[in-house]
Structures are given as structure tokens and as C-alpha cells.
Write a protein that binds this ligand. Structure first.
Ligand SMILES: C[S@@+](CC[C@H](N)C(=O)[O-])C[C@H]1O[C@@H](n2cnc3c(N)ncnc32)[C@H](O)[C@@H]1O
Length: 239
């Protein structure tokens, strides 16, 4: 059976297939897309870019299927936090969301506190698109109201993953949207920062990574207990 808090070494779609429909309050997804590397061919990609290009890449259709599955496992009014770079923010992600049933409700800019590459301006930010499964609402499913939409936090230098995301922001969003004792999903977890933040706050983690996980997927899925919060959410949905 799928075990909570385990670092699965698994394909995102195989893992998602083991999770029941409408069972989770929150998911994070940070796709390994080729977008930027394809469009901006740097003469000298540098060590971090070489490291990045070696990771398995997800194509548009695969990202769309993963988004569709995330839409399936989220419960009504559940949130997806989707990491985007400037290229995807500007060019759009229409094909990723088409069949997911998710709708955009907010955007957070992560100010990394130091500049990176760029032909014209040099990048200092990444973006976190906040999507929600209908019905769209904040009451009862977003409990912290002091999270700014520009979040300053230093990127971890020499962290365990070339794309490591900010622990403090991830932890705040989990605290705001995942009731204590419930699960947060990250099917392409990289450094497993979502797991670390979830466990530190008494929440549970479901997720894995094709490269960085270390446990094999079981054959059977997860039997999720019906939590008080899930029942409350379902009641709210019927109103
Ligand atoms: C952008 S990184 C995630 C970084 C992560 N958010 C963090 O904070 O460390 C994307 C990850 O997706 C993984 N990956 C690529 N294809 C995958 C697949 N089909 N299933 C699961 N993980 C995959 C890569 O190994 C990489 O670690």
C-alpha cells in the first residue's frame, strides 16, 4: 500500500494513479520542462544549466496528463501551487491546464534575492501560480492571511537540488491550506522540500521523484481516512 511520508522513486503518473479521486487538499508541482532551454540556447550554459539539462525532461503532453491527474485527486476547493519561470508566465500554459479542471486564483512572485541569467534583464524571480479546483473560494480552505504576493527568501546555495524551492514559502502555504494531519502532494519532488516542510508542521507527504526518490512504488494505492476537514469541505461544496 502507498505509504505516507515516503520518498518514492517513481514516475509522477504512476504515483498519481495510486491516489483516490477528490482526496487531497493541496498539491505542489514543479515540472521539469525543456521550455527555456529549448527557446534560449545559451552559448555557455554553465554548470547549473548542464546539471539541469541532464535531468529527465517532461514534454507538454506529459505535463498536461500530470495536471489532469492532479485535478482528479484534489478535492473540491483544493489548491495546486504550480511553479513557473518567466517564459511560461508570459507565453501561457494553456495546454497544461485544459483538461485539469483547475482555475487560476492567485500568483506569488518568489524574489530569490540574487540575480541569475538573462539576455536583457537578469532573472531574480520565479513564479508560483495558485490554481484551485472549483468551487473557487478562500473561506475555510485558506487560513493564513499574512502571506505577501512577493516573497523574499534566499535560494539555497549549494542545496541538494539544482531547482530547490524556498522552504519558508512552501511551509507557509502548507500551513495555510492543509489541515493538520492531512496530506500534501508533490509528484516531482526534487529535493523533497515539500516533504520536509509538511513533516515539520504535523502534515503528511505523498510524493516522489523519478531521480531523487529512494523507495519503489507499491502495487496498491492509498486508503485515505475520511478526515473531519474533508467532510467539512464536502459539506461546503454541497451548499
Ligand atoms: C524542477 S525539479 C523539482 C524541484 C523541487 N520543486 C525542489 O524544490 O527541489 C523537477 C523534478 O522532476 C523530476 N522528474 C522529471 N520527470 C519526472 C517524472 N516523469 N516523474 C517524476 N519526477 C520527474 C526531476 O528528476 C526533477 O527532480
Amino acid at each position: 500500500m502507498l505509504q505516507p511520508d515516503t520518498r518514492y522513486k517513481a514516475d509522477a503518473e504512476a504515483l498519481l494513479a495510486l491516489i483516490p479521486a477528490t482526496s487531497l487538499a493541496t498539491a505542489f508541482f514543479d515540472p521539469q520542462y525543456r521550455g527555456v532551454l529549448d527557446k534560449l540556447v545559451y552559448g555557455n550554459e554553465g554548470e547549473r544549466q548542464r546539471e539541469r539539462a541532464l535531468l529527465p525532461q517532461m514534454d507538454e503532453a506529459q505535463i498536461g496528463r500530470i495536471m489532469h491527474e492532479i485535478g482528479r485527486v484534489l478535492r473540491p476547493s483544493g489548491h495546486l501551487f504550480l511553479w513557473l519561470d518567466k517564459f511560461h508566465l508570459c507565453e501561457g500554459i494553456g495546454t497544461w491546464v485544459t483538461t485539469s479542471g483547475l482555475e487560476t486564483v492567485d500568483l506569488i512572485t518568489w524574489d530569490k534575492g540574487r540575480i541569475g541569467m538573462g539576455y536583457r534583464t537578469r532573472r531574480r524571480a520565479e513564479y508560483l501560480l495558485v490554481l484551485q479546483k472549483p468551487p473557487k473560494r478562500a473561506k475555510g480552505v485558506w487560513t493564513r492571511h499574512n502571506i505577501p504576493d512577493v516573497w523574499e527568501e534566499k535560494a539555497q546555495r549549494g542545496g541538494t537540488h539544482t531547482h530547490g524551492k524556498p522552504y519558508g514559502l512552501v511551509a507557509s502555504l502548507i500551513e495555510s491550506t492543509v489541515p493538520v494531519g492531512e496530506f500534501v502532494l508533490d509528484p516531482a519532488a526534487g529535493s523533497f522540500v515539500v516533504r520536509e516542510a509538511a513533516l515539520a508542521q504535523g502534515r503528511h507527504f505523498l510524493g516522489g521523484d523519478l531521480v531523487y526518490g529512494d523507495a519503489a512504488l507499491p502495487e496498491s494505492g492509498l486508503a485515505l481516512p475520511e478526515t473531519a476537514a474533508a467532510v467539512e469541505t464536502a459539506k461546503g461544496h454541497k451548499k
